[in-house]
Design a protein around this ligand. Sequence first.
Ligand SMILES: *Cc1c(COP(=O)(O)O)cnc(C)c1O
Length: 366
Amino acid sequence: MTVPFADLHAQYLSIKGDIDAAIADVIASSAYIRGPHVERFEEEFAAAVDRPHCVSCGNGTDALYIAMHALGVKPGDEVITTAHSWISTSETISQAGAVPVFVDTLPDSFTIDPDQIAAKITPRTVGIIPVHLYGQPADMDPIMEIASRHNLWVIEDCAQAHLARYKGRQVGTFGAAATFSFYPGKNLGAMGDAGAIVTADTALAERMAMFARHGGLRKGDHRIEGINSRLDGLQAAILSVKLRHLPDWTRARQRLAATYLEKLAHLSGLRLPQVMPDREHVWHLFVVRSEQRDALKAHLEAKGVQTVINYPVALPFLPAYARFAHKPEDFPVAHANQSRILSLPIFAEMTDSQMDRVVAAIASHG
Ligand SMILES: *Cc1c(COP(=O)(O)O)cnc(C)c1O
């Protein structure tokens, strides 16, 4: 029996009655696009992450694009972001018309190094997108300080960090806007694509909603040209059910991470993830580092343990960014990490025996 990297079916079975009823309710009312389920989820999610406004949209990638568009990003602008993330973070900067400017990550938190941001700021810089990667908040105080000193906006990419906290405060409450993904495998996942943006800025929320809905908040009243990016009723109803369980699921992930940290601590050759001071990590991913990463991955595979590499090529080195001709020495931390990182199975429904099997498999790697 293999230990899966994640088990979406186990999660579904644990709440099957409520999910099936929510889906039946949407079908009974034919409220497939917008409608009461979407409005209810927007309100519930805004409350859950401590922000007055939630604008739902099609996915976490659109969320970034919509936020940047509404903040007025235009051709010639530059946006600073981290060197190690999922490509959504940087591709949307280009789609918004700007140029992604990468900053290396910190060696132990995998998040953007605030000390290296200032050197990348030019007269064309308009904003910063930190990513709370793997579920650990980026170091927000110095990031917000630099942003305010240079009059830059901040969009927090919270796709992997629902309910994470920095100095007691929820991620998503620091920047002008914060984007979330509800991709099925995320800590809060839909049964399809879904995303949202939260903000405290009422005018910004309105511009984002307008842009996501063909440029108008009322049918036929197109103030601007927009796009079509919306959360559908089925996903909203499913997300409302799952949101109620998110705090429990987050605690389960935190318990599993604590178990990994304890049981793997004695293994030399394995660098365990660190929780930085004053952060509440929500463990979207549990990422270890090994000089023998590829051999370890193959060994675990042979022992029936599924692992993933998030992400095998740091953003500056992707073929998609060949035009910048970035060199490994420009981003030494991200470059070193990309060949060492390995994500172990972690999901709320993971059993003790699955955990034991992963730990034993790792320990048996010579
Ligand atoms: C998942 C993810 C996104 C994009 O979300 P989608 O819903 O898949 O479009 C953006 N940023 C990060 C860091 C992600 O992990």
